[in-house]
Design a protein around this ligand. Structure first.
Ligand code: NDP
Ligand code: MG
Length: 393
């Protein structure tokens, strides 16, 4: 019986993880569930899955959850605050930690799971983008088993020799990208897109932040950085290919010309089930891929002119040092401002580029230095938005 902790349980990945776990009650037991403020959603999940612990990051939300569960006769213990998130991630009573918090907010609890040598199923790509070398060093040092849930990286993990432990004969990685909802928009059309349009992804049902990132292609940029760290591949050996059908989830090209692809319907329960059961396989609930009903699989180069975020991410990865942390933090602030209708869509890359120009030369190595850079980039982006934003649409 594997005991599973889900960080970010109320989100898109969290809920889909619980759906997979629910299909295999003989193999998995929910140890702890964590969320930020949405205590009603976490209450429902606790009543259904009866974890030993539930953690709300916010104290007021924790108090509400505690009294609600008490009244319902549920004996899940409710904890609160940052430290509690780390405690459930590193507890000796959990085997698997699903890192599904959104943004750099997930860095500390994800690292706590890594440092406790857990099997860590990583959805929270920002945690790796921000901490990079430090994260991968901790994985090696503490013997954690890191399995990517991001569909592209899970695909590459499955296509690499020895599940990524070797790069023998590998020539390059091909990350596929759906292209997002604005793949065919002109620059003029991109200038006026609305929040609702950006949140409406054609193939995937995801949380708001990653949906906007998919629309700007920053998601693919973050994934490029993620892939470079996960698989120890130089940025020049990772190509991005636009594949609107989201059937080929990514590919590995070998020296002899072989290209291995992992395919499936676009359903995150497939990589989640893969990560939970690896090297075994369990049913995920995802619909099966029906090749006879696929009309076509197409591939094209990304347009960096219309989608500058992908260029910025590649430049940040190439620059090294603090650049990826700066990129991520400014992007988190800019995306939230766009969602709050304080910033037009096409100002997101402009805001991020300004932060990169001002801050990427800052040195950073340890975790506290990384957090300091993250904070400076957020402050910089907020100041930039106060000056240039304020556009309602
Ligand atoms: P959602 O917005 O749907 O969920 C985010 C989860 O994180 C919620 O449980 C939320 O709690 C919690 N959370 C948010 N902020 C904090 C915080 N400051 N402290 C603690 N918990 C917090 O996001 P997704 O599930 O879509 O994405 C999660 C991660 O997985 C992201 O990094 C994303 O890039 C990655 N990912 C997602 C995919 C998808 O298909 N959704 C695909 C590939 C990667 P609350 O509900 O209380 O706010
Ligand atoms: Mg992805």
């Amino acid at each position: 019986m594997q005991r599973v902790t889900v960080l970010g349980a109320t989100g898109s990945i969290g809920v889909q993880t619980l759906d997979v776990l629910d299909r295999h009650p003989d193999q998995y037991q929910v140890f702890a569930l964590a969320a930020f403020t949405r205590w009603q959603s976490l209450a429902e999940l606790c009543l259904r899955h009866r974890p030993r612990y539930a953690v709300m990051r916010e104290a007021a939300a924790a108090a509400n959850l505690r009294s609600h569960l008490h009244a319902a006769g549920c004996d899940t213990e409710v904890l609160e605050g940052d430290r509690a998130l780390e405690e459930i991630a590193e507890s000796a009573d959990t085997d698997v930690v699903v890192a599904a918090i959104v943004g750099a907010a997930g860095v500390r609890p994800t690292l706590a799971a890594v440092r406790a040598g857990k099997r860590v199923l990583l959805a929270n790509k920002e945690a790796l983008v921000v901490t990079g070398q430090l994260f991968m060093d901790a994985v090696r040092q503490h013997g954690a088993e890191l399995i990517p849930l991001d569909s592209e990286h899970n695909a590459i993990f499955q296509c690499l020799p020895e599940a990524g432990r070797s790069l023998r004969g590998v020539r390059r990685l091909l990350l596929t990208a759906s292209g997002g909802p604005f793949r065919n928009h002109s620059e003029e059309q991109l200038a006026t897109v609305t929040v609702a349009e950006a949140l409406n992804h054609p193939n995937w049902d995801m949380g708001p932040k990653i949906s906007v990132d998919s629309a700007t292609l920053m998601n693919k940029g973050l994934e490029l950085i993620e892939a470079s760290w996960l698989f120890a591949m130089d940025e020049s050996l990772i190509d991005v290919v636009v594949h609107p059908q989201s059937v080929v989830h990514s590919m590995v090209e070998y020296d002899d010309g072989s290209v291995l692809a992992q395919m499936g319907t676009p359903d995150m329960r497939t990589p989640i089930a893969c990560g939970l059961a690896w090297p075994q396989r369990v049913a995920s609930g995802a619909p099966r891929l029906d090749f006879l009903s696929l009309s076509q699989l197409t591939f094209a180069a990304p347009d960096l002119q219309r989608f500058p975020c992908l260029r910025l991410a590649r430049e940040a990865l190439r620059a090294g040092g603090a650049a990826s942390a700066v990129l991520n933090a400014a992007n988190e602030v800019a995306v939230q401002a766009f969602i709050d209708q304080q910033l037009p869509f096409m100002a997101i890359p402009v805001c991020v580029e300004d932060a990169l120009q001002h801050l990427s030369a800052v040195s950073c190595s340890g975790l506290e230095e990384i957090f300091a850079v993250d904070q400076r980039s957020r402050d910089h982006a907020r100041a930039w938005i106060r000056q240039h934003g304020g556009v309602n649409h």
